[in-house]
Write a protein that binds this ligand. Structure first.
Ligand code: FEO
Length: 402
């Protein structure tokens, strides 16, 4: 067993999580930089472990705890979130540590009992009240649907640390524990990708939570999520809170995302002409051929876009299966306030364009301009229509978008 060390956050708090350098897929979301599963140890008269790690990293977590104290000294374990990347080691940890109590939210008690055959009782925590664990004070904040119904934040009053489980996190394996030790561009990219793929459908809950924060009277000095680095500089805390606020608002941005698949390049040629029309109006275009683009990258692009333009040839009276995949995914993410339209090519029947229009409508995308459906190979006139589709959408984005 390697000698994994805990990392000191304050005199009272240590990071005892794990770095997953290898993870490249999280529920179909490409995690190209891996991730971390952060667990935290709060020292005091009654040492407390906040969250655990994915099951395969149990030994690593225990070694990090053991570098600070004997794990059996831990009096309480708090589970902020039942999803197995944070609770997967809970059962084993309880068997070894034998804590006096394990705490979770009301929904967390249900979820943990449903996931595991537990031979210990989980105690439901009282939210929003200051609670003393020995000489340390905590507050627990229910954050339903961020990311699951059981989710809650734990606020450590003494040091002003908000342990926010999935909240304000990102999938980023890094040796640098604090956000200010990491590259700002990487942080923005990974935080946005995480929000777009995990939290976007729950944006109304994010808005409600952020509106509630001032009334909670928290003096937040650090935000310590369960994935990615810890936010400790005031400017970094402001950055992640402001970013979540903005992403939750789902504004219209001056950017069009064009995704498509193709058979003999007619649809590719059309996509390029549409993009040229968008660009001709000074609006940003992002063209994403589906065979070279993962759905989670498309979700990221759509987070800060205003238009979605989708194209496919007709194949056996259907759109391409790649389109069906991305529409299924995006429908679930529920991005609001988009405009868009469909385009495509066909041989003898043009169902794909109509099917795409139906999918866009199901996503609440407002269809503007006319769709473009062409037979076999686009003519010069067809490409002019594509260009006009792009420029018309761009003009609307210029009038409405940020
Ligand atoms: Fe990182 Fe919802 O678990």
């Amino acid at each position: 067993m390697a000698s994994f060390e805990a990392k000191k956050i304050t005199d009272k708090v240590y990071w005892v999580g794990a770095i997953d350098w290898e993870l490249r897929d999280f529920h179909g979301y490409t995690t190209s930089r891996g991730t971390t599963y952060n667990a935290y140890l709060v020292l005091g008269e009654k040492p407390i472990l906040i969250d655990t790690v994915k099951a395969q990293f149990y030994d690593e977590m225990m070694a990090r705890i053991a570098s600070v104290i004997d794990p059996k000294e831990i009096a309480y374990i708090v589970s902020n979130h039942a999803e197995m990347d944070h609770s997967g080691s809970l059962q084993k940890a309880v068997a070894t540590i034998k804590p006096e109590k394990v705490f979770a939210s009301k929904m967390g008690v249900k979820a943990l009992n449903a996931h595991f055959n537990l031979d210990f009782e989980i105690t439901e925590i009282t939210p929003n009240e200051e609670i003393a664990f020995g000489d340390r004070k905590f507050k627990f904040i229910e954050t339903r649907m961020l990311h699951w119904p059981d989710s809650m934040f734990t606020y450590f009053v003494d040091d002003g640390i908000l342990f926010s489980q999935d909240g304000f996190g990102m999938h980023l394996a890094t040796s640098q524990l604090f956000a200010d030790e990491n590259d700002d561009n990487v942080l923005y990219y990974e935080a946005a990708k995480y929000y777009a793929n995990i939290l976007l459908p729950y944006s109304s809950f994010v808005t409600r939570l952020l509106a509630q924060v001032p009334s909670l009277n928290l003096d937040i000095k650090m935000i310590a999520p369960d994935h990615g680095p810890i936010w400790r500089q005031p400017k970094d805390i402001k950055f992640i809170l402001d970013s979540w606020q903005r992403w939750a608002e789902q504004k219209i941005y001056k950017k069009a995302v064009i995704f498509y698949d193709t058979m003999w390049n007619s649809t590719t040629t059309m996509a390029d002409a549409i993009a040229d029309g968008v660009i001709s109006e000074g609006v940003k275009a992002v063209v994403m051929p589906l065979r070279a683009s993962n759905r989670s990258d498309i979700a990221l692009e759509i987070l800060e876009a205003g238009a979605l333009i989708a194209g496919s040839p007709t194949i056996n009276q259907q759109m391409f299966p790649t389109l069906a995949d991305i529409f299924c995914y995006l429908r679930g993410l529920k991005r609001q306030n988009l405009i868009g339209q469909a385009f495509g090519s066909f041989g003898w029947a043009g169902e794909a364009t109509k099917l795409i229009q139906q999918e866009l409508t199901n996503m609440n995308v407002e269809l503007v301009a006319d769709p473009v459906a062409i037979q076999y190979v686009p003519t010069s006139d067809d490409l002019t229509k594509c260009h006009q589709l792009g420029s018309k959408i761009a003009k609307i984005l210029k009038s409405k978008g940020e």
